[in-house]
Design a protein around this ligand. Structure first.
Ligand code: GAF
Length: 373
């Protein structure tokens, strides 16, 4: 059943607007966003579609086509929200008195647990719809910032701006180069097909439970290192060797990663702009090693996926997203796709791990209205 039909069944009328927001993969620039640094994500072809009508009271009635119950959940007070509904109710909480309640049906097809930002897609689809319905006049970046605040302050996940910005701002066929301090962005053409290349998502189908706690810990370590170095954020470190001399242990390693990763993003953008996409593999590989050894957010499943993809002929590969499971990406020449998949599948089978899932990553458009009645 489509989302509009489900809305009619649940609420007895057509939705006033229907919005779609995508998930993302990050080409490079990992754990740099909350350090005021650079990121280069692109939107994936999967996302969340939200059919929404405003209500005359403050109640939120919500149904997800992915939830087994056909009955909408009724949320009269924001603090009553549980589970996935918090990402939606968080958006209402951040908008406060600017909007009344709403009837909402959501339908998502972002592969669950793959680390492709289904939560950002959910927040941005609802925030985009409410912005439109109530004429709030928010720019796509303001929609992203509001969605990030919903996640930080309501859900309690201290994420940076990358996922919501990618969902709100990306454009088809391009990656989004975002300066997470100025919030200035530019679209960078990602002309994979013209070079006979593909980006393959390797979903490890594993997600480690401690990911949220480790994420907050990394963020705190970076903030502490920046304080010790007397800079506003690790993005401001210009003398890396001097900074490393002044730090120890984990904070030293985290700083090493963040500073070098920012340089890798800029280098990779430079190569793309020069039309040298075939040359970006080494930067992807270096990013992975840094995330594995310096930032310590990889996992055995991600490492094996990356190593096996390279053995199978990938031009470069790295974990993508927050880490501790989720997905890796591999840059692969079209004629090597089968051998890369076979190599990764065999490496997983040898270890008796659950088979990984392979998904093609084609850069899609960002959030947009699909229709209104
Ligand atoms: C998660 C977060 F939500 C992002 O903000 C970002 O920090 C990413 O991990 C790591 O680059 O997706």
């Amino acid at each position: 059943m489509g989302v509009v039909e489900a809305f009619r069944t649940a609420f007895g009328a057509d939705p006033e607007t229907v919005w779609h927001a995508p998930g993302r993969v990050n080409l490079i620039g990992e754990h740099t966003d909350y350090n005021d640094g650079f990121v280069l994500p692109f939107a994936v072809p999967w996302g969340v579609t939200a059919a929404v009508s405003p209500r005359g009271d403050r109640t939120i009635r919500l149904r997800s086509l992915q939830s087994p119950s056909a009955e909408p959940v009724t949320i009269a007070r924001h603090e009553d929200a549980e589970g996935w509904t918090r990402y939606v109710v968080g958006v209402f909480a951040m908008l406060g008195d600017q909007v009344p309640g709403a009837d909402i049906v959501v339908d998502g097809d972002v592969p669950q647990g793959a680390g492709l930002s289904s939560s950002a897609a959910l927040e941005v689809s609802v925030a985009g719809a409410l912005n439109d319905l109530h004429g709030l006049g928010m720019s796509p970046m303001e929609v992203a910032l509001l969605s990030q605040r919903a996640e930080n302050d309501f859900v309690g996940m201290p994420c940076g701006i990358m996922d919501q910005a990618a969902s709100a701002l990306c454009q088809e066929g391009t990656a989004l180069f975002l300066d997470c301090r100025s919030l200035g962005s530019r679209t960078i053409p990602l002309d994979l097909a013209a070079h006979g290349l593909r980006i393959l998502i390797i979903d490890t189908q594993v997600h480690h439970e401690h990911a949220g706690g480790e994420y907050a810990k990394r963020r705190a370590e970076c903030e502490s290192a920046a304080r010790k170095l007397g800079v506003a954020a690790l993005r401001d470190v210009t003398d890396l060797a001097g900074a490393l001399d002044r730090l120890r242990g984990d904070e030293r390693r985290r700083t090493m990663h963040v500073v070098t990763e920012n340089h890798r993003v800029e280098a990779l953008v430079g190569l793309l702009r020069a039309g040298a996409i075939t040359e970006i593999g080494a930067l992807l590989n270096a990013s992975h090693l840094s995330l594995r050894d310096q930032y310590e957010v990889s996992s055995p499943e991600l490492d094996v996926a990356v190593e096996a993809a390279l053995r199978g002929g990938a031009r470069g590969a790295r974990m993508t997203g927050g880490g501790f499971g989720g997905s890796a990406i591999a840059l692969v020449a079209e004629d090597r796709l089968d051998s890369v998949k076979e190599s990764v599948a065999a490496a997983y089978a040898e270890r008796s791990w659950k088979a990984p899932r392979f998904l093609p990553a084609v850069p899609g458009p960002g959030a947009r209205r699909l229709g209104s009645s």
